[in-house]
Design a protein around this ligand. Structure first.
Ligand SMILES: [Zn+2]
Length: 231
C-alpha cells in the first residue's frame, strides 16, 4: 500500500490506536486507509481467511457466530474502542461473521501490514491483547445474558451498548437484524420494542429507532450492561 506523510499530532479517531502513542499512531496512519462502511455490509464470513483488519471510527460492527441452519447470534459489538479481524495476527480464519450494524467510517489495514506493525511495536500488541480480553468477557456475558435474561432486558442492554459507541441518539435498525443480535425471534423482539416504546424509553418507526430515555433504559437493562460497559 502506498505510504504517505502523516501530519504530526493527527489522531485516528479509533481509541485503541490513539492510546498506544504517537509513533505507533503515525506508523498506523501511513499504512491504513479510511473507508466508509455501508449498513449491513458483511466484512468477514465465519471460517474465511482474514485478509484485512478493521478499526472502526464512527461505524459500529456486529460480531456473530452462526449455525449450519442459518441462525446467528451476536457475541460482541465493536466500535471505536477496538478492532475486528484480530485472527489475522496468527494468520488464522475468522471466528464468525462481521457485519456493519451502524454505517460509518473505519480504518482498514491489510493483514500482513498489521502483523508487521505489531512486530515492530510491542505496545500495539499489548493494546490488541487487552482488547481481546475485553471481547472475551463481552462474549461470555452475552452468552449468559441470552440464556438467563428477559428479552426486554437484553434489548435495553443492546441499545445502550450501541448508544455508547454512537454520537447520535437515532439508529437505523430492522427487526430482522435486532432478532439476530438478541438471538430471539422477530415477534419477540417486536413485542419487546413495543413495550419499551409504550413506557417512553424509545421511539421506533419504520426501522428508525431513537433513544428517548437513557436512564430509563439503564433501569430496565440487566447487570450484563454494567459488566461489559466501556470504561
Ligand atoms: Zn443480561
Amino acid at each position: 500500500m502506498e505510504s504517505r506523510a502523516v501530519p504530526k499530532g493527527t489522531r485516528s479517531g479509533n481509541e485503541l490506536i490513539d492510546r498506544v502513542g504517537k509513533e505507533v499512531r503515525e506508523a498506523f496512519l501511513r499504512e491504513a486507509r479510511r473507508m466508509s462502511l455501508a449498513h449491513d455490509a458483511q466484512l468477514l464470513s465465519q471460517g474465511e481467511s482474514v485478509r484485512r483488519v478493521y478499526f472502526p471510527v464512527t461505524a459500529v460492527l456486529s460480531l456473530t457466530v452462526g449455525l449450519s441452519s442459518g441462525e446467528r447470534s451476536e457475541y460482541c459489538t465493536v466500535g471505536c474502542e477496538g478492532l475486528v479481524g484480530v485472527s489475522a495476527l496468527l494468520d488464522r480464519e475468522s471466528l464468525g461473521y462481521v457485519t456493519v450494524q451502524i454505517p460509518g467510517d473505519a480504518w482498514v489495514m491489510e493483514a500482513g501490514a498489521f502483523r508487521r506493525l505489531r512486530d515492530r511495536h510491542a505496545a500495539l500488541g499489548e493494546a490488541v491483547f487487552g482488547f481481546v480480553l475485553y471481547a472475551m468477557r463481552f462474549a461470555a456475558q452475552a452468552g449468559l445474558c441470552n440464556s438467563f435474561h428477559s428479552i426486554d432486558q437484553r434489548l435495553a442492554r443492546w441499545l445502550l451498548t450501541v448508544h455508547d459507541r454512537l454520537s447520535a441518539d437515532e439508529v437505523h435498525l430492522t427487526q430482522e437484524s435486532l432478532a439476530s443480535m438478541l438471538a430471539a425471534s422477530r415477534p419477540r423482539v417486536s413485542e419487546a420494542a413495543h413495550r419499551l416504546r409504550a413506557v417512553g424509553l424509545i421511539e421506533y418507526h419504520s426501522s428508525r429507532l431513537r433513544i428517548v430515555d437513557r436512564r430509563g433504559l439503564e433501569a430496565v437493562a440487566c447487570e450484563c450492561y454494567a459488566r461489559t460497559r466501556l470504561p
